[in-house]
Design a protein around this ligand. Structure first.
Ligand code: GTP
Ligand code: SPV
Ligand code: MN
Length: 612
């Protein structure tokens, strides 16, 4: 048995509860070595990864890694929220009893780190000193060095985050064991992976992956599932899959903050890193706070809804990121950023990476290029047009590398929230933007957020895959209780945030082109929303919210065909009426759904019926 005390003493980790926890799990997973990690270990660990082949160089201060080919995304079916009370069972959280899951995971993890190092990563999922910092401390134990390097970008790490805890035992116990990736039956009936959050014991046990949300436990397991459970349990806060931005109008000096959720891979990172359109000059500035998670609370002294990003980095989708769509994202991966690319295409001779949409055409000279599985492109069968990069390939970079990071992103205070927006990939029905003043109707809108089903098995034509507040894969407790918590928290807010639903993805039914250019142009509807909040415009009332009139929307320098403009600024009432039936079925699944939500649903339905 490895000498745990010696390793912990050498690192200066003094928190007794953490030391007990490390010993407990070292006895189960049986690593050969133990290493406590702080920010100062980054260069050494990168060097070790380069030597071991876990990383390869991708130009100066840029690294390339490949994950096991059946381990490239989160697995929703294998993700479970366990507690000691069946009342926590919801429609989406795959609830199971805590005792059953703890026993199962302990057995799966037993002896699995033999021959390996157990890295001990104390982390903080909040800016230091933040109002919610007491729910933000955790210690991830992992047997994967690349996971350590990802976590060091995505969260603040170091023993100081646990040594000084006011209550020594108050940290999330997050255990990650990779397992034998080639023998886990990923996606088969004999799947051996388990990703479990034991929410009422503040414990996370993930077995069988070294990728993304399955392995970086501070990120979505703690930052979303555990955070959401703690926020509800204490009635103090919300932990949501939201981006968070600041918008400044330099002409008027006004500054706004907008948070909101779009389902995974639907544009949060892109919106948060948005540069204003060239045609708008330099009047506006968009500041990045967060692109994937926001924690929201009510400031007791001012009554304002506040928000902060618990993360320290970005785990962004590579696909279609380029100089035109998102220069900010591209430059957050510049030479010297110590970015880690995962599962993009790689050329070891040139030390370069490429992904679909990086340039209009792939590199013409195929020499040396390898696809995301490591196969030479030049050896492909004729007609093989499978993507070079995995569609979920990603870049991992710290917030400090993001060119439009807000000056105060790391400050304790957080920012006041002016608006909460929801959006998904919807090809019809949803206009460019519709604003909602009423809080219950806003929460109802979030609960009925949907995006197109991405493959046939998951949905009926025209019917959405509902994804409440974009939180479906991260839901920690029952949806009815979740809605209640939202309403109760917002009831304490004095200056209510404005809600809005946005859609960048409406398509022309004839030729399928996106009718809204999206990306940087998305600032335009958000500016309208802020003017509406300030009473400078009134918009046009519809049964589903207020939409901009054509002349209220700043379209300066944007050449949009009239037919496309008409489409995104209109409401298709019969299509909406059909949608209301689907929504009713969706909401009926939820136990204890507050009556206010049903009232909002009936109100919108009746208003739609009165339109025809
Ligand atoms: P997660 O990290 O999975 O939670 O995703 P995300 O919501 O941060 O998504 P992201 O911004 O990384 O975008 C995912 C994909 O949507 C990328 O391929 C983008 O190029 C594309 N996308 C983002 N914004 C727009 C837009 O305004 N219009 C269009 N057409 N595509 C967009
Ligand atoms: C998502 O899937 O929504 C992500 C990436 O943000 S992961 O960290 O893998 O969850
Ligand atoms: Mn996400």
């Amino acid at each position: 048995m490895v000498d745990v005390d010696a390793a912990l003493d050498a690192s200066g980790l003094t928190n007794e509860a953490v030391r007990e926890y490390v010993k407990h799990w070292a006895q189960i997973t049986q690593p050969d070595r133990i290493e406590v990690i702080g920010a100062e270990d980054d260069d050494r660990l990168i060097q070790e990864c380069l030597e071991s082949g876990e990383f390869q160089p991708a130009g100066e201060g840029r690294y390339y890694s490949r994950s096991y080919s059946k381990d490239t995304a989160r697995s929703e079916e294998r993700t479970i929220v366990a507690t000691n009370d069946e009342k926590d069972k919801g429609v989406y959280n795959n609830w199971r009893p805590a005792s059953e899951m703890k026993e199962k995971l302990t057995e799966l993890m037993r002896g699995q780190s033999k021959g390996k190092t157990m890295y001990v990563l104390p982390y903080l999922m909040s800016p230091k000193g933040n109002e919610l910092a007491q729910w933000a401390a955790g210690v991830e134990l992992t047997d994967s060095r690349p996971v350590v390097l990802h976590m060091m970008r995505m969260s603040r790490v170091g023993v100081e985050h646990v040594n000084d805890l006011p209550e020594q035992g108050n940290f999330v116990r997050a255990v990650h064991v990779t397992g034998d990736l080639e023998n886990l039956g990923q996606g088969t009936p004999d799947d051996k992976r388990y990703f479990v959050t034991v929410a009422d014991e503040r414990m996370i046990l993930h077995f069988g992956s070294s990728y993304g949300g399955n392995a970086l436990l501070g990120k979505i397991a703690h930052g979303l599932r555990q955070g959401a459970y703690d926020g509800w349990d204490t009635r103090k806060f919300l932990a949501e899959q939201y981006m968070l931005i600041g918008i400044t109008d330099k002409e008027t000096g006004k500054r706004y903050h907008i948070t909101g959720g779009f389902p995974s891979a639907s544009g949060k990172t892109n919106l948060a890193m948005m540069l204003p359109p060239d045609a708008m000059g330099d009047r506006y500035q968009v500041d990045f706070y967060g692109d994937d998670i926001a924690w929201l609370w009510v400031d007791e002294s001012t009554g304002k809804l506040m928000g902060m990003n618990p993360e320290f980095g970005v785990f962004g989708v590579a696909k279609d990121t380029n100089e035109k769509t998102n220069p900010t994202a591209l430059h957050s991966t510049d030479p010297g950023t110590k970015v880690i690319f995962t599962n993009v295409a790689y050329n070891p001779k040139l030390e370069e990476v490429w992904w679909e949409g990086r340039t209009p055409e792939p590199p013409a000279d195929l020499e040396g290029w390898l696809d995301w599985k490591g196969h030479p492109i030049a050896d492909r069968e004729p007609g093989d047009d499978s993507p070079w990069a995995h569609p979920n390939s990603r870049f991992t970079t710290t917030l400090a590398n993001v060119p439009n990071a807000a000056d105060d992103f790391d400050e304790a205070a957080g920012v006041p929230i002016d608006a909460i927006i929801f959006g998904g990939r919807t090809r019809d029905r949803e206009p460019l933007i519709r604003a909602i003043h009423d809080v219950a109707e806003g929460v109802y809108d979030g609960l009925t957020l949907g995006a197109e089903a991405t493959f046939a098995a998951e949905g009926v034509e025209g019917q959405l895959r509902y994804d409440p507040m974009s939180n479906r894969p991260f839901m920690a407790y029952g949806e009815g209780d979740y809605a209640r918590h939202y309403l109760d928290l917002l009831a304490q807010v004095k200056d209510k945030p404005l809600f809005a639903h946005v859609n960048w993805f409406q398509k022309d039914p004839e030729d399928g082109h996106y009718v809204w250019p999206g990306f940087r142009e998305n600032l335009r509807p958000l500016l309208w929303l802020m003017r509406l909040k300030d009473g400078e415009v009134t918009g046009r009332s519809t049964p589903v919210g207020i939409i901009p009139t054509e002349d209220e929307l700043d379209l300066e320098g944007l050449d949009l065909p009239q037919a496309d403009l008409d489409r995104i600024l209109s409401i298709d009432v019969p299509r909406w009426q059909q949608e209301m039936g689907f929504r009713e079925e969706h909401l009926k699944q939820f136990d204890r759904l507050p009556e206010e939500i049903w009232e909002a649903h009936r109100r919108v339905s009746a208003d739609l019926d009165n339109e025809v």
